[in-house]
Design a protein around this ligand. Structure first.
Ligand SMILES: [Zn+2]
Length: 399
């Protein structure tokens, strides 16, 4: 089955916007990019007036969470059954794909076990529409450091945690092996968390623990994503040899320079900070940035100055699924051009995922993850808000 797509313009992520080209999709691959007259196909789809782009990617998501202003995180973990959360995740995946995001890296089910591995399979098999998923399973935290925080409950309570706990080199290596065996594409570690005496952020794993985990993950062919909001958490992550650092709000110029040197990518998750500031009443739309937003903005500036590779990862789930575009807009507001934000959400994210040769560009041989939008998104990112055509893995969304 071949489908020819005929947009007004193409942005391929390889060069600027080009007119007069059509794209031939064969099965789940892009077979040809050429002038319209040269294409024969089983089906022709006219996308007059539209710009065709690679499908967008958000590589820090949580499909198994929903916005905290609907239900606090603790309540989602403690009161919502895994089956219930999976039903929600199916809806979230469909909304995400409809919004033009054809790939997600889902960084932890937050207490929903390996339901992400099952969802990845269901989407790949075409049982339910959703983005291509790279998943991290339960993720790994230092014992006693994560939530729901035990200090908020009577000490003899025993209840689930939002990630798998590990303490010491033996346990963390075992957790990495266990999660890889159950289908994790990435290993997610929490280098720091709000485990201080008054809930302050403190480093949680030692460098030796994280290095052992990263070495084992790499040996098993899995890259490592590290949650780190403090400079010390980031520094330990870098020295341990992780592949991406998530959040990084407290990063110093020296740490970002080290990330650049070691080719560790940065996912700024600006929307997470903005959303939490909104929920707490620290920020009103259009008003002054909250102190946390100002900190995140400063980290973003330092990372750009240090020439760190910056991908697009929003922490969606903290805020509504299907509004991932807001992360690109937040990056643009802090100084990226529209083209840079688009590259982050396509070709750069693909490289971070170790898939530079078949994802994130419109090129012959690449996978057919494509969206078409009215207008020119390079002139205005809002043009991406409601794609009129979405294809993921060669399947047309909504058909
Ligand atoms: Zn997250």
């Amino acid at each position: 089955m071949t489908i020819a797509l005929h947009p007004a313009r193409i942005w391929s992520a390889d060069d600027g916007v080009r007119a007069g080209l059509s794209v031939l999709v064969d099965g789940n691959h892009i077979a040809k990019v050429s002038p319209r007259t040269e294409l024969t196909a089983d089906e022709h789809i006219n996308l007059a007036g539209a710009t065709l782009l690679p499908g967008l990617m958000d590589i820090h998501s949580h499909l198994f969470l929903h916005p905290y202003n609907e239900t606090p995180w603790d309540d989602q973990v403690l009161k919502e059954a895994e089956a219930y959360r999976t039903v929600r995740a199916v809806n979230h995946a469909r909304d995400t794909l409809g919004a033009g995001f054809t790939t997600l890296r889902d960084l932890g089910t937050e207490g929903a076990g390996y339901a992400d591995v099952a969802l990845r399979r269901a989407i790949a098999e075409g049982l339910t529409p959703g983005p291509r998923l790279f998943v991290a399973g339960p993720a790994i935290v230092a014992t006693g450091s994560y939530g729901p925080a035990r200090r908020n409950f009577r000490p003899d309570c025993c209840f689930p945690q939002g990630a798998e706990e590990a303490s010491g080199i033996d346990q963390i290596v075992r957790a990495v092996r266990h999660q890889a065996a159950h289908g994790a594409d990435w290993i997610k570690l929490y280098a720091d968390y709000r485990a201080g005496p008054n809930g302050e952020t403190v480093p949680t794993f030692s460098i030796d623990e994280m290095r052992a985990a990263a070495d084992m993950a790499h040996s098993l062919g899995r890259p490592v994503a590290s949650h780190a909001t403090s400079d010390e958490g980031m520094r330990r992550s870098v020295l341990a040899g992780v592949d991406t650092i998530e959040h990084g709000y407290g990063g110093s110029a020296a740490t970002f320079a080290l990330m650049h040197l070691k080719k560790i990518a940065y996912l700024p998750t600006l929307m997470a900070v903005k959303s939490i500031s909104l929920y707490r009443g620290d920020y009103k739309p259009g008003g002054d940035a909250s102190p946390r937003m100002a900190e995140a903005a400063n980290a973003f500036r330092l990372a750009r100055e240090a020439q760190v590779t910056i991908g697009c990862g929003s922490d969606v789930g903290v805020f509504a699924h299907g509004t991932n575009l807001d992360e690109l807009i937040a990056m643009r507001k802090l100084g990226m051009s529209n083209a840079e934000a688009l590259a982050a959400a396509t070709a750069i994210n693909a490289a971070i995922l170790r898939r530079p040769n078949d994802l994130g560009r419109i090129r012959e041989g690449f996978l057919a993850d494509l969206i078409a939008v009215d207008g020119d998104p390079l002139a205005d990112l809002e043009a991406l808000r409601q794609p009129r055509f979405v294809m993921a893995d060669g399947r047309i969304f909504g058909r």
